[in-house]
Design a binder for this molecule. Sequence first.
Ligand code: UN1
Length: 506
Amino acid sequence: MGQQATERSHGHYIGGEWTDGHGSETFESENPATGETLAKFRRGTTADVETALEAADSAFEEWRSLSYIDRAEYLWDIYHELRDRHDELGEIVTKECGKELSEGKADVTEAWHMVEWAAGNARHPHGDVVPSEVAGKDAYMRRKPRGVVGCITPWNFPVAIPFWHMAIALVEGNVVVWKPAEQTPWCGQIIAEMMADAGVPEGVFNMIQGFGDAGAAIVDDDRVDTVLFTGSAEVGHGIADAVGGEPGKLAACEMGGKNGIVITEEADLETAVHSAVVSSFKTTGQRCVSSERLIVHTDVYDEFKTRFVDLATDVVVGDPLEEGTFMGPAIEAAHVEKIREHNDLARQEGANVLVDRFELPDEEIPDGHEAGHWVGPFVYEIEYDSELRCLTEECFGPHVALIEYDGGIERALEIHNDTPYGLAGAIISEDYRQLNHFRDRAELGLAYANLPCIGAEVQLPFGGVKKSGNGYPSAREAIEAVTERTAWTMNNSTEIEMAQGLSVDL
Ligand code: UN1
C-alpha cells in the first residue's frame, strides 16, 4: 500500500496470509488535519484474534529453535527498509496521526533505532555466569522466550512503538499477535507488509486491525504469555488487573503521565523556556511524556511567564506537512472534546488563563483543512493545591499549568511528586546539587536535566512509576517481559556436593 488511499478495505495478516477475517464491518483511517479518509480497513473480531493466536501458537516451537542471529536476520531486512523508506513513511505517519513532518520522520527514525538495537542484541551476551559456592559446579542464568506475546500499541507513535514491543519480542524467540491503534491502521498495514516482505515465517507475526474488543480478546486468552501495552492509563490499568490475576502471565504496561518541569531560581531561562515549549506543545501535547505542569521558582517566575506566554501565543499551529509548522491537529474529534473538558475544569478550579488558543481562529486554519481537529495552546497559572484535579489528571493535549513556588528544591519536589503518575519530568537549573537532588527524589522513570522531557533514546529504559506503568514494554527493559530466566546449575564432578553445606550421605 503506497502513498495513495485505495477503495478496497484492507484486512489482517494472520498465519502468513492476508485475510478479510470473519467480520463484515469496516472502519476508516482519517487524516486528522483534513478530515479526509485515507483508507478503509476490516474490523477484526474475536474470531480473528482466535485464528491469529492459533497461528502464533503453532509457529512458536520452530521459531524458538532458530538461533538469535537467524531470527535477527529478518529484522535487519526491516531495518534497511525503514531507513530506505524513511521520508515516505514519515509522511504517512504525519498524514495519519497529524504530527508535523519532522516528528513523523522521527517516529520512523526511532523505529529503526529500536530494530537496530534489538537485532544487534542478538550478538550481545545474554544472561549471567554466576560463581557457584561449590567448586565443581557451573551456575548460570539462561533466557528463554515466553511464547506468545500480545502487543497493543497507541496511535501517537504508530511506527516506533510497535517496534519497541515487537522487535525485541521476536529476536528473543517469541511469536507475536499485534493490534495497532484503530486511529492508525494504515501504519499497521505497512508494518505488516514489511514483516511479510522480510519473509518472517508464517504465524510468527500476526496483525489484527480492530478496536478494544479485539485487544481484550488478546489480553484474555490463555495462550498469551505476555501482554505489552503502551497507551492510556484507563486501558492499561484494566489490562494490568486482568493479567495480574493469572499466575504465569505477565503484563508490561506503559501509560500516561502528568509530567512536570521544575524551573529553579538557578535556571538559565532560555533553556527553561525552550524546554517548556517543546515539552508542552510538540505533538500537540499528545505524548505520554508531554509536560502539563511547569513548577517555577518565585524569583524567576515573572520573567519566565512573560517569555513562555509570548512563545505559546506565537507557536504555529497548522498543516503538519508544511515546513514551519510547530504543531498539527489533535488526533480526532472526541479528543478535542476531552481537551476542552480539561481546559474547562482548570477554569472551574480557579485558573488564571494566560493563553487560550483552544478555538483556533479561522484565519489560522490552513485552507482546505477546515474539517481538521484543530486545537491551540492553553496556558494558565494556578496556586498549588494538592486537591486540584487539573494538576493531577492527564489531559493529553496542549494544556499546561504554571505553578509558582517559594523555597528550596524540596518544596519544588513536593509539588512535582504530588500526582498519581510518575513517567517523565525535567529540572532546569545550573546548580548541580539541585540537579542531583531532583534525579534522586523525583518520582518518575525518565528524568532530564536542562532538556525537554520528551525525546528519550531507545537504548535507555522507558517506563514509569506509580500509575504510569507496571513494567517496561519497550526498549532495553522489555527483554525482561518477554523472556523467562532459567537458573542452570551443572555438576562437573562425580560427587554430589550440595549448596549450603547440605549433607547428602545416604
Ligand atoms: C510517548 O510519549 O507516547 O520520549 C512515547 C519520547 C519518544 C517516545 C514517546 N521517544 O518522546
